[in-house]
Ligand binder design. Structure first.
Ligand code: HEM
Ligand code: HEM
Length: 358
């Protein structure tokens, strides 16, 4: 069987697997939002049944969300096995076949973590499970990018290496913010501070024993701890940092590359997602953690990370070490990058000192 770099159907399949994973993250997010994680107390069985034969008449309440999540996770696992097999059979780039192997490993690990979350009843495992879900999605999306016809056409275009470095920093910061969000969610601290943008009417809430006692007198059902308030505040500060850094990156990219290139438009789209994510975070608090809003906050958070990873990969390729000034990149190079009628990935105006910026 011949292995090549261009497999349009393999690429479509990778996109399909990534989109299914977005749906799976939404279902998983609903499980947590609806507090249905323990609705099915056993694993890998479901109330003693083989999970694929669990009678539909018993899919009630929280069981519906948790069981649907397990079934859909099996479906995504199945898609990942096919993706891996297809890459092994038809993909000529060895490193990409290895990424397929990594995806297979991660999906199995994710399934085991999900099961352990139930069997060991540990919220900490929920945090790992949430973070791994988003990393797995980013990996599938990267495989989809690498197998696309676009990837080989993105030639080094003299984009300053610092653009790639900004994107790496933005992606890293986003990932930390996702980790804080997952900690906040699994520490049940989403409403540890019930107002926004202030916190208990102040810029910084008091967490001394007397203040905590006063806060908890108003809550008969739950006890709010200093840790929950601090994690919640850390996530708010993280949001400010993410917003500040992403706005700075976007303004610098637009200043350096203009707005005509596909890359700069991608960065602008990413910025829009990050702004929507901050609004969704605020709405999560304002609505008292409405399940659909909190779940949307998880899904858009995953999308912010995925787009950041893809833009980082594209920026790395555009700024690749081979020096190439825009003015001097020949018509053949220009044709390869721009494609027929597609917007250019290259900057619309020359950057001052393209390759010496690293
Ligand atoms: C590819 C596989 C899987 C992916 C991508 C995935 C993804 C997710 C996501 C995104 C969440 C929400 C986390 C959050 O909102 O913070 C979640 C929750 C959950 N998942 Fe999975 N999951 C997978 C497989 C499984 C499996 C096989 C189980 C088996 C029991 C499972 C059990 C759970 C449970 C119990 C929760 C709720 C956790 C909690 O509320 O603390 N997951 N999953
Ligand atoms: C752009 C910045 C933000 C990012 C990237 C972000 C990301 C996230 C993510 C990914 C989660 C869930 C993690 C998981 O379990 O999988 C989360 C949870 C949460 N975020 Fe944000 N967030 C941002 C801004 C905000 C803001 C401004 C607020 C306002 C207070 C906020 C409030 C919350 C709350 C309350 C939760 C927990 C919801 C629950 O317990 O169900 N977020 N965040």
């Amino acid at each position: 069987m011949t292995r090549t770099e261009t497999n349009p159907w393999l690429n479509r399949f990778a996109v399909f697997a990534a989109l299914n994973t977005v749906v799976l993250i939404a279902i998983g997010g609903l499980v947590t939002s609806k507090e249905a994680g323990m609705a099915v107390p056993d694993w890998p069985t479901t109330y003693g049944y083989n999970m694929f034969f669990f009678p539909i008449r018993l899919w009630n309440g929280g069981i519906f969300y948790e069981h649907t999540h397990r079934l859909f996770a099996s479906w995504v696992g199945f898609l990942t096995v096919i993706l891996f097999g297809w890459l092994m059979a038809r993909e000529s780039r060895g490193w990409l076949r290895k990424l397929g192997g990594l995806a297979l490993f991660l999906v199995i690990l994710q399934g085991v973590l999900g099961g352990l979350r139930v069997v060991l009843y540990r919220d900490q495992i929920g945090i790992l499970h949430a973070a791994l879900a988003q990393s797995f999605l980013a990996l599938l999306a990267s495989i989809a990018l690498f197998t696309s016809g676009l990837w080989p056409r993105i030639a080094p275009a003299g984009v300053p290496v610092r653009v790639r470095n900004w994107m790496i920093a933005g992606t890293g910061l986003l990932f930390l913010q996702l980790l804080l969000g997952a900690t906040l969610r699994h520490a049940h601290a989403g409403l540890a501070i019930p107002d926004f943008p202030l916190a208990y009417g102040h810029l910084w809430p008091a967490t001394d024993p007397e203040s905590l006692q006063r806060i908890n007198q108003a809550h008969a059902d739950v006890t709010i701890t200093a840790f929950q308030i601090q994690v919640h505040m850390a996530h708010r500060i993280g949001a400010l940092l993410v917003l500040g850094v992403s706005l700075w990156i976007t303004s610098r990219v637009v200043r350096a590359l203009g707005t005509g290139s596909l890359f700069a438009r991608g960065v602008l789209g990413w910025q829009g997602l990050v702004l929507a994510q901050a609004l969704l975070g605020a709405s999560t608090v304002w609505t008292g953690k409405a399940a659909d809003i909190a779940t949307l906050h998880v899904v858009v958070g995953a999308s912010c990370l995925v787009v950041a990873v893809l833009l980082t990969l594209v920026a790395a390729r555009l700024s690749h070490a081979r020096p190439m000034r825009f003015e001097t990149s020949g018509p053949r190079g220009a044709r390869r990058v721009q494609g027929a009628g597609a917007p250019s990935l290259q900057p619309t105006h020359p950057v001052a000192t393209p390759s010496a910026q690293s």
